[in-house]
Design a binder for this molecule. Structure first.
Ligand code: NAG
Ligand code: NAG
Ligand code: NAG
Ligand code: NAG
Ligand code: NAG
Length: 364
């Protein structure tokens, strides 16, 4: 009798312990998620818990870099979940086969769909099955989650493509003269084993403290007045070693949502990563890219612009890279006057009721 009672008690205690354990772990998880929500909605909250997310995992994985193939550069391209068109335009410009010929490989970095969006996870899964070039993490697409996406790309590069000589981080709305990239990369060959980042270097940038600004940052998020030297996240060159170290350091460094500032600035400074400025190859105006394109087609002029924004035109990457081939067929001349003196941009001004006006203006 005593024995039986003891047995019941033991079983009860065991069940109780299991229930308590389940309750606690569940409760913890909920608390954690609540805190995430809270943190991301409240601009003044400290993000300390956020970077430390323990359950990060890939929801979709791209095909790895094969060990035996030599890869000059792995492109990690941040792309918004719903930008299906942009990704397909980039694939149209350079298919995987085209990229392989150049010893390049490209993966797109995505987050999870925000609940209200039209594009569904199933169609991105389809895209992933078809092209094998999507890396997706279990965080929701959001402006303030971009650091996650960027870090995920660096981690993926370091874990799955260590044999690549270079890693190029870029955004999907950037136009790149792909033909000139190998020449650009060659200048960095001596740095293969070093920690470096080459890009559009930004120095002494002041943290913006006006709440109305898109880049508003509280002192709690980032206390110093000035950011460390960093590069624009549009397009920069690094290597798998640097990528791996940056990601690793992020695990023990407080999260900050401005991704390029945090990763290529705050983290890079701690690691003493050397910055190289290649801003002379960039333009900030998509109009310059269009002018360059026009000049190749109509005036047989070489284009010096390597990197620029697409101005919302998904086809610009394709058109620009297509046009570059023209100069290989018929010799193009060098420009005598710089783009900023000759380029007349055209602005499309909608007037309502289906009417619009195209107005020309000079850029500088
Ligand atoms: C590549 O090589 C590493 C070790 O050198 C090995 O762990 C990995 O499985 C290999 N990957 C492939 C895809 O062969
Ligand atoms: C996914 O692909 C399958 C077959 O390849 C197709 O039948 C289905 O409609 C696709 N779904 C979406 C949402 O694109
Ligand atoms: C960032 O991702 C986390 C994890 O999925 C999510 O809980 C959070 O809401 C996202 N942030 C924003 C601002 O949406
Ligand atoms: C055109 O410019 C490039 C450098 O930008 C130079 O190497 C080349 O010699 C120039 N060609 C002519 C024909 O001047
Ligand atoms: C065009 O850019 C060059 C430097 O690239 C600069 O020296 C020049 O002043 C600019 N011209 C105009 C009209 O802005």
């Amino acid at each position: 009798m005593y024995f039986q009672r003891y047995k019941i008690t033991a079983a009860t205690i065991a069940v109780f312990i299991i229930l308590l354990f389940l309750y606690l772990t569940n409760n913890n998880k909920d608390a954690f998620i609540d805190e995430l929500e809270l943190n991301t909605n409240d601009k003044s909250t400290n993000y300390e818990r956020f970077f430390a997310i323990k359950d990060f995992h890939y929801t979709l994985k791209a095909s790895k870099c094969r060990n035996h193939s030599s890869i000059k550069a792995l492109f990690i391209v941040t792309s918004y979940f719903g930008n299906v068109e942009t990704r397909s335009a980039m694939r149209r410009a350079f298919s995987d086969d085209d990229l392989t010929q150049l010893q390049f490989k490209r993966v797109f970095l995505l987050g999870l769909a925000p609940a209200d969006k039209y594009t569904k996870q199933i169609s991105v899964e389809n895209e992933s099955k078809r092209f094998g070039d999507i890396v997706q993490g279990n965080f929701i697409e959001a402006y303030r989650n971009l650091t996650y996406k960027h870090l995920m790309g660096l981690k993926w590069a370091a874990d799955n493509c260590f044999n690549a000589e270079f890693v190029i981080k870029m955004d999907d709305d950037v136009v790149v003269n792909m033909e000139k990239v190998p020449v650009l990369l060659d200048t960095f060959t001596p740095l293969t084993n070093r920690l470096f980042i080459a890009g559009y270097v930004l120095r002494n940038m002041v943290a913006i403290r006006e709440p109305a600004n898109k880049w508003y940052v509280t002192r709690k998020e980032y206390s110093p007045a000035v950011y460390p030297t960093f590069v624009s996240g549009w397009f920069y060159v690094t290597n798998p070693k640097t990528a791996g170290k940056l990601h690793k350091l992020s695990q023990t460094t407080e999260y900050f949502w401005i991704d390029d500032t945090y990763i290529t600035g705050v983290l890079a400074q701690k690691l003493k990563v050397k910055h190289f400025d290649i801003s002379r190859y960039y333009t900030e105006h998509s109009e310059y890219v269009e002018c360059c394109l026009d000049d190749i087609r109509n005036r047989n002029l070489n284009c010096d612009v390597l990197i620029g924004p697409n101005g919302g035109n998904n086809n610009l990457f394709y058109e620009f890279n297509n046009a570059i081939g023209i100069c290989n067929l018929r010799l193009c001349k060098n420009r005598t006057r710089p783009l900023n003196e000759t380029c007349v941009a055209k602005k499309f001004i909608p007037l309502g009721r289906g009417m619009s006006q195209i107005r020309s203006y000079k850029l500088h």
